[in-house]
Design a protein around this ligand. Structure first.
Ligand SMILES: [Ca+2]
Ligand SMILES: [Ca+2]
Ligand SMILES: [Ca+2]
Ligand SMILES: [Ca+2]
Length: 420
């Protein structure tokens, strides 16, 4: 008896018997099998047993029509058509939402979801997603979940350097791979804060007058969007000593810091420079995590406040120096040391026009006073002595009086030298 229909799985192993025809004849027969469609992935032996002869999954055919023939050399018997239903034929998964375009903001946290690739599989197979990237560097920026198809970020994206990536995605169901789909990912620009060339700047200077520009190297910030930068400075309790040019970033000493007044050898002005772009992006909003406030330390160093102190002789200079800075004390023994080390007072005196004028003025006045005094002494003492003739030497004073006049003349001579 022949069946009109038979069903078995496409996963049936090779050589497995899936059907046996019942053939009744008193002579040996030769049995043949034909399949529609062909080729036929089955064998039949002369007993009528049909076995699997090829991988039914690879064939991908879910329905055959068989026809069997039995021939005993005298007669040929043909069976009725037999419907063969192959179950579990795998169908490759299908990606259902590609090709497509996704957009993600730059600087989002690592792991931010960008897109969810969806698929279908009529067999309900477990999918495995994979992707290739163009340019290849994008592989380090994006990841696709192998089991869920979620595309996410691997880094904080940067619009300015990597604005777009493309990825080709496919899904494998364990036996077959889907057709590929393309996902284009565009990074959207975000207005970011300026970035400093350096995280901090340190500069040392001796005491300098107000208005001195400080040659601090490298004070510069750039804006990712190319906006103009505006610089500002904040020094907290040290405010007032430094300003920054809002356009160039140049730092200027706007008030002289006097180390001696503060009784210190060094003082550090700890300030914070801020660079702002045209849209006001400055501190606290930089999603990229870059430093936005550069710490600026200005260390003032003293050259005279320590050991050895300056000498008495240097007091001449101190008069002047005190108009801009001050100096310390007085021991004659250190004059040479102060001069040889190029002390601040020497440098300050020579560099100050006010000081030079003051000093010269003092010398002139002193000389004039000395000249007047000498003249008066000469007029009322010496001239009388010489013009009195025989009374040149006073009887009651003897030679001692004459010696006194000579000393005074010597002094007058000295003042003349100073005036000359
Ligand atoms: Ca499948
Ligand atoms: Ca950026
Ligand atoms: Ca940007
Ligand atoms: Ca900006």
């Amino acid at each position: 008896m022949l069946y009109t229909s038979v069903t078995f799985s496409a996963n049936t192993a090779l050589n497995t018997a899936v059907y046996t025809a019942t053939i009744t004849n008193n002579l040996p027969v030769v049995v043949a099998l034909t399949c529609d469609p062909s080729p036929c992935p089955f064998n039949v032996d002369n007993s009528g047993k049909v076995t699997v002869a090829a991988d039914l999954q690879s064939n991908g055919v879910s329905l055959y029509t068989w026809s069997l023939e039995a021939d005993d050399t005298y007669n040929t018997v043909v069976s009725q058509n037999i419907s063969v239903i192959i179950t579990d034929i795998n169908v490759a998964p299908t990606i259902t939402n590609l090709n497509d375009v996704a957009t993600v903001l730059e600087n989002q946290p690592i792991g931010t979801s960008v897109y969810h690739v969806s698929y279908s599989d009529v067999n309900g197979d477990t999918p495995t997603f994979s992707a290739s990237f163009t340019p290849a560097a994008c592989a380090s920026m994006y990841n696709i979940g192998t089991s869920d198809g979620i595309v996410s970020t691997r880094v904080a994206l940067d619009f300015e350097s990597d604005p777009s990536c493309s990825m080709v995605v496919d899904v494998f169901d364990g036996r077959a791979t889907s057709s590929p789909g393309t996902l284009t990912i565009n990074v959207a620009d975000v207005d970011e804060t300026p970035v400093w060339l350096q995280a901090g700047y340190t500069y040392s200077t001796p005491e300098v007058p107000s208005g001195t520009a400080l040659a601090v190297a490298g004070i510069s910030a750039t804006d990712p969007e190319g906006a103009a930068i505006s610089y500002s400075i904040g020094c907290g309790s040290d405010s007032g000593y430094l300003t920054v040019d809002p356009t160039s970033g140049a730092v200027t000493m706007t008030a002289a810091f006097d180390l001696e007044v503060s009784a210190v050898n060094t003082h550090t002005l700890a300030c914070t420079l801020t660079a702002a772009d045209a849209t006001g992006q400055s501190s606290g909003a930089d999603l990229s995590g870059a430093a936005v406030g550069a710490t600026f330390s200005l260390t003032m160093t003293a050259t005279d406040g320590g050991t050895p102190p300056l000498s008495d002789t240097a007091v001449v200079m101190v008069i002047v120096v005190s108009t801009t800075t001050t100096t310390t004390t007085t021991t004659a023994a250190t004059t040479a040391a102060a001069a040889s080390t190029g002390s601040e007072e020497s440098t300050g005196f020579l560099s100050s026009t006010e000081s030079i004028v003051f000093f010269v003025l003092a010398c002139v006045i002193s000389a004039m006073l000395a000249a007047v005094l000498g003249f008066l002494v000469w007029k009322f003492c010496c001239r009388n002595a010489y013009t009195n003739g025989a009374t040149k030497v006073a009887p009651n004073q003897g030679t001692n009086q004459s010696n006194k006049y000579e000393v005074l003349l010597v002094n007058i001579g000295l003042y003349s030298v100073l005036l000359g």
